[in-house]
Design a protein around this ligand. Structure first.
Ligand code: RI2
Length: 320
């Protein structure tokens, strides 16, 4: 797929979910490298950087996006010729896609072991990795039941209940505001993540913080399923994750909004759940307490602070 097409689909959320976005970006950069016409390595690098900028500008919150760009673009390092640069990008993109898919499978295995026979699980939004854990537990023969939220305004809960239904898992579909009413029937909350900061806070679909708060009050454990490339290295430098605010007409149709001149619709797509509301983050490298997020950034993303400045400039890495 051409880069502008992928960028458009990410913006419109036709391609959505932090992991899927990351793989789509890697694929777009790979295809761009393959079709680039540049005849000098400088021109090739410039073309790739333009493509990367277009992709980085699509959605600001899921850190899997700039992380995937960073990982793939590192294929340009040390390349002397166009052929070497092209091969570098393509190899890194293929490796990223493969390891991302593998991570989803590994997390499913680790996450499933935290689900007991007879558990009722609540999930919010549509997370490939969180659902992977639930489906794997079911596949292992555990009797489980799920509560899935609707997820206003984009209704990603509909994708979740379709997936759970197709897997043959007994599921209760509830409106977002019913979480408090059912939390005492729930044994475990499992959600995904768009970003994990250095202090272990989790940025995920709007409403996750309320779910975690209810769970905390009811003494229900909260597990976050997140690949290591959803951890945000630049938060070490004090950079904050930008929360995407989407158009108001996703919440209230324009025809109604225009009759209400004193009303402004606010539509943040994500919120921040503090580390103390989270019991465990399950990554493909194993489960960690959220307070150990720094170790994941240091040991598995492996990026020193110097690298932020050399590869993308002081602030360019986050697409801002
Ligand atoms: P996986 C989604 O964002 C949801 O917030 C979900 O929890 C998160 O990405 C992670 O998804 P959106 O794209 O990578 O629906 O686990 O705004 O699939």
């Amino acid at each position: 797929m051409i880069v502008s097409e992928t960028a458009e689909k990410i913006k419109s959320m036709e391609i959505r979910g932090a992991g899927r976005i990351a793989r789509a970006v890697a694929e777009a950069l790979r295809d761009h490298a393959l079709s680039a016409r540049a005849t000098t390595s400088e021109a090739f690098r410039h073309e790739m950087e333009q493509a990367a900028s277009l992709l980085l500008a699509t959605r600001p919150t899921a850190v899997s996006l700039p992380n995937a760009v960073h990982i793939v673009m590192a294929g340009l390092e040390k390349a002397m010729t166009v052929d070497e640069a092209r091969a570098g990008i393509m190899t890194r993109a293929d490796e990223f896609i493969r390891s991302s898919q593998h991570a989803v499978e590994q997390i499913a295995g680790f996450g499933a072991s935290h689900i007991r026979d007879g558990d009722t699980i609540l999930t919010h939004c549509n997370s490939e990795v969180a659902l992977g854990c639930i489906i794997e537990a079911h596949r292992q023969g555990k009797e489980i039941e799920v509560f899935a939220t609707e997820v206003r305004p984009r209704n990603q809960g509909l994708i979740t209940i379709r997936t759970l239904n197709d897997a043959g898992i007994t599921t209760n579909f509830i409106v977002d505001s019913a979480v408090r009413s059912f939390i005492n029937d729930v044994d475990l909350v499992i959600v995904g993540a768009d970003a994990v900061t250095v202090n272990g806070a989790v940025v995920n679909k709007i409403g996750t913080a309320q779910v975690a708060h209810s769970a905390r009050e009811a003494r229900v454990n909260v597990i976050v399923a997140a690949e290591t490339y959803k951890f945000a290295p630049r938060t070490i430098l004090g950079e904050l994750i930008r929360i995407e605010e989407r158009p108001g007409n996703e919440v209230l149709p324009d025809e109604i909004a225009k009759t209400l001149p004193h009303v402004t619709v606010r539509n943040p797509a994500f919120d921040v759940t503090p580390a103390e509301y989270i019991d465990l983050i399950v990554t493909e490298k194993g489960a960690i307490p959220p307070q150990m997020a720094y170790v994941i950034i240091r040991d598995y993303l492996g990026w020193g602070i110097d690298e932020f400045h050399t590869t993308f400039g002081p602030a360019g890495f986050n697409g801002e």
